[in-house]
Write a protein that binds this ligand. Sequence first.
Ligand SMILES: Cc1ncc(COP(=O)(O)O)c(C=O)c1O
Length: 382
Amino acid sequence: MTPTNTQLATLLVQAGNRYDAATGAISMPIYQTASFGHPALGQSTGFDYSRTSNPTRLALEETLAAADGGHRGFAFASGLAAIDCVLRLFAPNDRLVVTEDLYGGTFRLFEKVFRPLGIEAAYADTSDLGAVRAALADPRVRGLFVESPTNPLLRIADLRAIAALARSRDVLTIVDNTFLTPCLQRPLDQGADLVVYSATKYLAGHNDVIAGAVITRTPELSERVAFLQNAVGSILGPQDAWLTLRGLKTLALRVAKQQENALAVAEWLGSHPHVRHVYYPGLPGHPGRDILLREKSGWGGMIAFEIDDPARVPGILAGVRVFLFAESLGGVESLITYPAVQTHADIDAETRRRLGINAGLLRLSIGIEDVRDLIGDLENVL
Ligand SMILES: Cc1ncc(COP(=O)(O)O)c(C=O)c1O
């Protein structure tokens, strides 16, 4: 069976199967080895040293590449390690146009690690085509780094339009597709050059592993990323590669259920008297909804909402019984996060205020529980 003529759900379920011809093991074995013996001088089994390549990691990487329709996939020790690798494709004095309300850890990487090295981020509202066009006019810009939907405000970029703009200026487009996954959005099909993931989230899906991934569009980019992955060495170990592979098998099922639950929760929140605003791209009236419909993408399982009085926040966080007050997303269990003091604390207060990441904003990662329990839990605390 070749990945290219297989539906995505089938490809994911079968990930790593039929690999071990020697034993017929259904599940991909965990190749817990640093090194591989050589059959003879000048010969290799295809594997030499696990920093360079490891069979368990390779099964995951091949699955990730096929799922996104890319040339190659690369698995890293974390989402930030994957993003770090991609930013190393740039040189001092290069600039990247970057989504302004992006994950705080990525912002920290840009500001505290890459800016001192001379690689600068110029922040823009990537849901505004005019703002992206204006930002790309700077001749120093060599890259466009987009999160869509954004974290936590779920703004939607027209990836097809902005990738075309970037390409016309010879600018590389990188999309962080953590929130929608290849099941709900395929950035390479829309013209992006590289896709990055925090595989910690939906791809692995069970809040039990930290992992990251890069998917490349062209052989040339694959060669450069493969070089960096091996040269820098922030690879995913075989145990964590196996856990991620195992998680991927149910990705299509999970995201479908998470999205169904999220739409119901978002609709319910929208009619609650203590809720001032709900950010969810599946709700009619959301400015990005038409773009996602046109691209046959989905809305995903993330919701942000603003309550009428920030003084209620401590009670909500202490009172939830089904939602867990914790800092992550994309797992089977539902989580509630307070972006201003958790995920986005590294973004300065003025920027947070301007973006709308205020003291009354809460973020939900919707899981696969019975949606009646999720709504009941919110009803109790609100
Ligand atoms: C959108 C997004 N990108 C990247 C990351 C970083 O991933 P990791 O925590 O796996 O390093 C996160 C983490 O929350 C994220 O939400």
